[in-house]
Design a protein around this ligand. Sequence first.
Ligand code: HEM
Length: 346
Amino acid sequence: MTRLAVILSIPEKRHQLTSLIGAALLAAGVSAPGLTAAQTQNLPRSAPQVAQQVVSSFDALFGGPHAGRRAVHANGLLTEGYFTPARSAPSLSRADHFAGESSPVLVRFSNFAAVPDLPDAHAAASPRGLAVKFMLPNGADTDIVAHSYDGFPVAKPDEFVTFLRALPELARLAEFTASRPAARAFLEHPKPTPVSYGTEAYFGVAAFLFSNSSGTTRHGRYRFRPGAGVSHLSAADAAKMPEQFLAEELDNRLRRGPVTIHISVQIAADGDPVDDGSRPWPSDRPEIDVGTLSITRIVPADDERQRDLRFIPTNLVDGIAPSADPMLVARTQSYRISADRREAGQ
Ligand code: HEM
């Protein structure tokens, strides 16, 4: 039995695991794909070993590494479709995909834990993930990586390592959360199983700097709302579902037409934290409509395509730049560690 299986067999531990998320890390001085030199200079530096420590912490929690799979969010479904920008999108950013007609997209939905066959209704399958790759006319691409919780348990990469290491031990976890309301909120927040990957709301969490062609620059955070509305299963109904029902559900739903997800960007007010994803902004902040994802089909041989694909939160284009959130650097580096390892078949 893996360490994760042992942890998940204990009800209160299972509850804690519901809450982990992403991973941590970072790296000094390596530029990220899609970032200009100036953008990279904006990114804070962290100690390179933190990235590896996050990935190792995921491995310890989930019995990894699992050959050829992601260090976290391992169980996923790759789909394709197109993005149609809203008329208001160019007022926010001069990014190419925010103007014009539409751009092809790849969209990967995923469950949280790095256990390849974890049932969709399992507590550790939340938060769900949403990763989007926009294909631009000039051959470049740009990514958004989001999840189904509006926030994050910690603000900094080294705290994330401490959090992940504390998770399996109740006493350490209680000590950690005692002085960290964001971690407690993350653990206690209900994370019900969605009816469909297409009936979940997703949040970009980290702030980015959006600049339009007039030179107006604003901090904003992505939000995703399903066109079909948010809907979840009751615990009793979730328990009756087949283990991998979300893939089949989406396939059936797509036979009836595209699945749509609307994207907006929540704009920061003066004084809102723009370098700390653990602190959501008040819900009355204005949002700018950015456009709609229309998902048309599941990609054939999606397992192989997923293995070869990288979604990186700082893979950006002109008009969108990273904020000073140190997690963006840590994520960029840890996603690379995970992807390099996956491509090497480890
Ligand atoms: C803002 C909070 C976060 C969100 C919304 C988020 C979301 C996600 C999603 C959706 C994926 C799957 C991507 C895919 O489909 O390829 C993912 C993967 C991953 N995340 Fe995060 N994450 C967050 C924070 C973090 C942090 C702080 C770390 C580490 C410092 C991290 C480390 C990872 C790693 C290592 C992977 C696997 C990447 C790969 O192999 O492609 N995440 N995350």
